[in-house]
Design a protein around this ligand. Structure first.
Ligand SMILES: C[S@@+](CC[C@H](N)C(=O)[O-])C[C@H]1O[C@@H](n2cnc3c(N)ncnc32)[C@H](O)[C@@H]1O
Length: 286
C-alpha cells in the first residue's frame, strides 16, 4: 500500500490542476460506484437520510465513528453487516481494511457522525482509498448544529439578530491560539458561533472571551447529545456557562452555541414574507 501521506499529497496535487469529472456527472443524492462516506446524522436513527439508510442497509462492512454514531442505528439498519469502529485506528489500518473488503466484492460503507464535511477527516481517507484504486463519494448528513437548533426551536440565522453562522472549534492540539477565531466571531455580534469539539474546554473558552472584554451577558447554550435519548440542554451566558457545564460533568459530545439567536428572541419579521402578495411571484422563496 502507498504510504497514506504520499497518497494524500498526490491526490491533493492532482486536484489542484484538474477537477474530478465525477463532480459534473453526479449530484449529492446519487448512488455512485465505490465506498460511500455517509453522514449518519447527529444520533437519532431517523435523522439519517433516505440515501444513507439505503446504502447502510445494503452494506456488508460498516466502518463507523464509534460512540458518536448511535448503536441503535447500526442495530436497526445493518444488523447483519460486520461493523468496525474507527476509534483508535490510523489510516494505515483503516485503508487496507476497507480496500481489501471492497476488492473482495463486499459493499463497504464508511459512516461518519453528523455530516462528514464538518470535522470529519473524511477526505484524507477518501484520497488514500482512491490512490489504491477504490472509488469513493460523499453522502451528506445532518450536522450537530442543525439538530441543536431544531432542539432549541430556533434558527441559526435570524432576521435582525444573526446574519451569519460560524462552524468552528477551539484552540488545542489541532489549533494554535492564533488560529482560534471564536473571539472574532463573537465580536462581530450578528454571528451564531457553533463550537464543535469544545465540550471539554467550555470554561477555558469563556474565560478567554471574558479576558478579551466580550459582553458577559451574551447568551450561550450547550446541547449535549442533540437528538439522543439522553439529550441535555444547558443555558447560560459567557459568564455562567463554564461552571454549569463543569457541574454537569460533560467533557465531550456537546455543541456550544454562542449568540442571541439561541434564545429565538428579539428578531424582526423578514423581508421574505413581508408584503409577498403585493410584490408578485418572481422572487425566490428559499
Ligand atoms: C469530530 S466532530 C464531528 C462532527 C460531525 N461531523 C457533525 O457534522 O456533527 C465531533 C463533535 O461534534 C459535536 N457533536 C457531534 N454529534 C453531536 C450531537 N449529537 N450533539 C451535540 N454535539 C455533537 C461535538 O462537539 C463533538 O465533539
Amino acid at each position: 500500500m502507498t504510504d497514506p501521506q504520499d497518497a494524500i499529497d498526490a491526490e491533493g496535487d492532482a486536484r489542484a490542476t484538474e477537477r474530478d469529472p465525477r463532480i459534473r456527472e453526479h449530484n449529492a443524492g446519487d448512488q455512485q460506484e465505490g465506498v460511500p462516506f455517509i453522514g449518519a446524522g447527529p444520533g437519532d436513527p431517523k435523522l439519517l437520510t433516505v440515501a444513507g439508510k439505503e446504502l447502510v442497509e445494503a452494506a456488508d462492512l460498516v466502518v463507523h465513528a464509534g460512540s458518536l454514531v448511535n448503536s441503535e442505528l447500526l442495530e436497526e439498519y445493518c444488523a447483519d453487516a460486520e461493523t468496525v469502529s474507527s476509534i483508535g485506528k490510523d489510516l494505515e489500518e483503516l485503508i487496507p481494511l476497507m480496500r481489501d473488503a471492497y476488492r473482495d466484492g463486499e459493499n463497504v460503507v464508511r459512516l461518519h457522525s453528523g455530516d462528514p464535511a464538518i470535522y470529519g477527516a473524511a477526505l484524507e481517507q477518501m484520497d488514500a482509498l482512491e490512490h489504491e484504486g477504490v472509488p469513493t463519494y460523499f453522502v451528506p448528513g445532518v450536522t450537530a448544529a442543525f439538530a441543536a437548533s431544531a432542539t432549541l426551536r430556533t434558527q441559526l440565522t435570524l432576521n435582525e439578530v444573526s446574519n451569519h453562522v460560524a462552524f468552528t472549534r477551539p484552540q488545542g492540539k489541532t489549533l494554535d491560539a492564533e488560529e482560534d477565531h471564536i473571539g472574532e466571531f463573537v465580536e462581530m455580534g450578528d454571528v451564531t458561533t457553533c463550537i464543535y469539539l469544545g465540550t471539554h474546554a467550555v470554561a477555558d473558552t469563556m474565560d478567554r472571551l471574558l479576558e478579551d472584554g466580550h459582553d458577559p451577558e451574551t447568551p450561550v447554550t450547550v446541547v449535549y447529545h442533540a437528538s439522543w435519548p439522553d439529550e441535555d440542554i444547558i443555558e447560560g451566558t459567557i459568564e455562567t456557562i463554564g461552571e454549569k457545564v463543569e457541574d454537569a460533568g460533560y467533557r465531550a459530545s456537546a455543541l456550544v452555541l454562542i449568540g442571541e439567536a439561541v434564545t429565538g428572541a428579539g428578531y424582526e419579521r423578514s423581508y421574505l414574507y413581508d408584503g409577498w402578495a403585493n410584490r408578485g411571484s418572481g422572487e425566490a422563496d428559499d
